[in-house]
Design a protein around this ligand. Structure first.
Ligand code: 4GX
Length: 257
């Protein structure tokens, strides 16, 4: 992988480079980086601040509490980091005002050669930076974080696991929640491991039957049923196959009894 270069290059512009680096060493993403499938660069705007104190924030025009990230050190950092990426790599700002990041968004980014993530702190960044050097704004959900770093890590994690060779079992990303079992995306089905009985609760018999067709049907039924119960928005307006409609009806009947 190294000789050909990484499959995906990501740059993160952050005031917490060491912390982001540490978080990236975990699990699946850490291994993808170790193996050279993903390359992550970090750029700390404080290292490009123009004064000796490394000032990157300033008071907000119009008043009020909270500081705003200054445009010059951020623009320099973004441009320096972007120069390490393949040409055309989008520059993405993480913010609650962004378009929602979802599994389709993860697949889109996984199809690119590179992208840059800007993680903001304080009350936000100078709006002119967004107009001049940022291509898109993404949000990982409707809640307010204290900074964009955790959002950037969420995006990198969701994207990296989609890259060929990152997950051990080829295709296991595909089988999970929001993967492509049936006409999906459906929520995941329940999982069990030993012991067979715990606090009087038994593992569903079908999973021990060795009947792979029956197991597949049971899992699809659970996935559909749980999606209908917990995330009706994912089912509404979706065309179910004949088998899926049958399994969902079965699930509902079993629930009633
Ligand atoms: N999904 N945040 C960005 C800085 C900020 C403050 C004010 C604009 C205005 C978030 C999210 C998120 C917190 C990241 C605030 N930007 N990012 N940060 N939800 O809440 O991505």
């Amino acid at each position: 992988m190294d000789a050909a270069g990484p499959r995906l290059a990501v740059e993160v512009v952050t005031l917490f480079a060491a912390e982001v680096r540490a978080a990236l060493a975990m699990g699946v993403v850490g291994r993808a980086i170790e193996r050279g499938v993903v390359k992550v660069g970090l750029e700390d705007p404080r290292s490009l601040a123009t004064d000796v104190h490394g000032t990157v924030d300033d008071r907000s025009y119009g008043g009020g509490p909270g500081m705003v990230l200054k445009v010059e050190p951020l623009a320099s950092s973004i441009e320096r980091a972007a120069a390490r990426l393949p040409p055309g790599s989008p520059r993405i700002y993480l913010s609650a005002q962004g378009r929602r990041f979802d599994q389709a968004g993860a697949r889109r980014l996984a199809g690119l050669k590179g992208f840059l993530l800007l993680a903001g702190r304080y009350e936000g960044v100078d709006e002119r930076l967004l107009d001049e050097v940022i291509d898109e704004e993404l949000s990982i959900g409707d809640y307010v974080l204290s900074g964009g770093e955790l959002a950037a890590l969420v995006v990198i994690d969701a994207v990296a696991r989609l890259l060929p060779g990152v997950l051990g079992d080829a295709g296991s990303a595909d089988q999970e929640s929001f993967g492509t079992l049936g006409s999906g995306p459906w929520l995941d089905w329940p999982h069990y491991t030993r012991p067979e009985e715990w606090r009087g609760r038994r593992v569903p018999e079908v999973l021990k039957s060795g009947n792979h067709a029956a197991i597949r049907r049971w899992r699809l039924k659970q996935a559909l049923g749980r999606t209908a119960e917990r995330r009706p928005d994912l089912i509404a307006g979706r065309e179910l196959t004949v088998e899926e409609q049958l399994l969902l009806d079965e699930y509902r009947k079993e629930r009633e009894s």
